[in-house]
Design a protein around this ligand. Sequence first.
Ligand SMILES: [Fe+2]
Length: 133
Amino acid sequence: MTSKFISLSKDDINVGVKVLNELLANTYILSVKTQNFHWNVQDSRFYMLHDFFSDKYNELSEAVDEIAERIRMLGEHVPGAMAFYLKLGCLEEAEIIKDGDLMLRALTKDHNIIITALRTAIEQVSQMRIKGL
Ligand SMILES: [Fe+2]
């Protein structure tokens, strides 16, 4: 069966939704962690880091929305529960830390995990074939 809207098979849609759900989960966890750091940073560079983390979690929140809307475009329900994100995502919630350098290291580590996952996802979705074009 092929979706009449996007000319992808149901199998390909399932692959895409799985990839997007995992990306949604990790992006949401990272957004919450970044906002947590925005609130809790205690560092001589407070204002710079406070603003930096604010910019980043706002960007991540926009990304979450775009990912969720892409899942809806594939005709699937968007999971909206933290329990789901924590179960499906591969990132861990933030520890209680205050030091800016430790926060930056934690966020860098998480971004690298997402980059690695996205490289794998690109391999998976590149196998999809658009039908009827
Ligand atoms: Fe704020």
